[in-house]
Ligand binder design. Structure first.
Ligand code: ASP
Ligand code: MG
Length: 439
């Protein structure tokens, strides 16, 4: 059994759905096909929900009407047979009526989650009608019946496995199963989700739950690139990454894969393949237990970083200082990305500054606090980087003109991270591309 996950752009146009139907019938292996919402839909649903939360009912209504018109056109372009169009019309009616009803009741967080779930429900149901029209045998597996998160909002593979196995058993003879990414049920039994971009996470959890041979993530780019293709002119797709390398890249900014999706694959040892719907013959990127090669593999960047420096002479020869500093971040549920220390100061970075004012207030008794916002972490990722001859030298030679605020190496053997001001990001990525890849 394998998993094939298709992102929003891979199902966002009728002709893309057609392509997906070819890809999922290209071999005989049984498969679970995980779909995102059509591209743009989740963003629209976020806007609709936001308008409702602000009591801007007429704005919300307009947005719903616009989305509905888009879907009406979509089914006309997607389907040919009268009976399929009728079935699809009913689906649209069901889901859009639901949105119009919500307009009339008072808004809550639970309703927000219900609204956000509509995208994946629509994409899978419409795709299922399309497959039926094309004579492709399949079954729809409702994610809300097996994808669950616990009271800490964490999915438990064991629970998902049991529920999913029961559902699959009900369709003993089927080889193609379609299900929704992103959506799930929480510990209170309400509709919830795995956060934006969470369909990748769904796919990898499902892959772990069924012990899949491979978890294929189909997007609109030919794999994980050695550098950010939106910023840097010459980049190439990486053929092989270890789970550790992929986790660092996904976490530190490579947009192609949701960072949380690595752990289930790694823990249950399911290889992940990043493939391109538009260019299915391209090799893509394989992520597995093997790194493939030693040395630098890729560079990724993450914006919106805040650096905090705590300077205190009390830190000198003292123990327990770092614990007290870290406890402040723990208290405000703010995770730290990079850390560097000297004898008298510690610098940390965070990417979530909602609680920054409170954090600073609580850190003040420890010493002088300096805060630098609008920074970028540039991560150089690879296997045994520092053991590889000349990497450090090449790296620092390459970025000679760039002022660097923090450097972190040694936390893992896969990563060197630099903290720079956001305005130097493009230049830094380009310089590193030249210095480390000769491009
Ligand atoms: N549709 C959701 C989103 O846009 C989940 C996903 O596509 O992965 O965030
Ligand atoms: Mg995505």
């Amino acid at each position: 059994m394998k998993i094939m996950k298709f992102g929003g752009t891979s199902v966002g146009k009728p002709e893309r759905m057609h392509q997906v139907s070819q890809l999922i019938t290209a071999d005989e292996e049984s498969k679970i096909v995980v779909l995102s919402a059509l591209s743009g839909t989740t963003n629209s649903l976020v806007e609709i929900s936001h308008a409702m939360s602000q009591s801007s009912k007429s704005e919300a209504k307009q947005l719903i009407e616009k989305l509905e018109a888009h879907y009406q056109q979509f089914i006309k372009d997607l389907l040919k047979k009268e009976s399929s169009l009728e079935a699809a019309g009913k689906i649209l009616q069901e889901h859009f009526e639901f949105l119009y009803i919500i307009l009339k009741i008072s808004f809550s967080e639970a309703l927000n989650k219900d609204i956000l779930a509509q995208g994946e429900l629509l994409s899978t149901k419409l795709f299922s009608i399309y497959l039926t029209e094309a004579g492709i045998d399949h079954a729809l597996l409702p994610a809300l019946e097996f994808m669950t998160i616990d009271s800490y909002d964490e999915p438990q593979v064991g629970t998902i496995k049991v529920k999913l196995a029961q559902l699959i058993k009900q369709h003993g003879d089927k080889k193609i199963f379609i299900t929704q990414g992103y959506i799930c049920r929480n510990a209170r039994g309400e509709v919830d989700n795995l956060k934006r971009g969470g369909s990748d996470y769904s796919a990898s959890l499902i892959g772990a739950a069924v012990n899949a041979s491979v978890c294929e993530i189909w997007t609109d780019i030919d794999g994980m690139h050695n550098n950010d293709p939106r910023v840097v002119s010459k980049t190439f797709a990486i053929e092989q990454l270890s789970f550790e390398e992929a986790a660092e890249l996904a976490y530190f900014g490579a947009k192609i894969l949701h960072p949380a999706s690595i752990w289930p694959a790694q823990y249950y040892n399911v290889p992940v393949k990043l493939l391109n719907t538009m260019q299915p013959e391209a090799k893509g990127t394989t992520i597995s237990a093997e790194a493939g090669s030693v040395g630098v593999k890729a560079i990724a960047a993450k914006d919106g970083i805040t650096a905090i420096r705590v300077k205190s002479s009390r830190m000198l020869l003292a123990y327990g200082f770092l614990r007290k500093v870290f406890e402040v971040f723990e208290k405000y549920r703010t995770s730290i990305d990079m850390i560097t220390t000297s004898e008298v100061a510690v610098s940390v970075t965070i990417d979530n500054d909602v609680n920054l004012p409170d954090i600073i207030k609580e850190l003040e008794p420890f010493g002088t606090i300096e805060v630098d916002t609008n920074h970028t972490i540039v991560s150089i990722v690879g296997n045994e980087i520092a053991e590889t001859k000349d990497v450090m030298k090449k790296l620092f030679d390459a970025i000679e003109p760039i002022p660097v605020r923090m450097v972190s190496y040694g936390g893992s053997r896969h990563n060197v991270s630099l903290l720079i001001t956001r305005k130097y990001k493009e230049e830094t990525l380009q310089l590193l591309n030249a210095g480390l890849f000769g491009l």
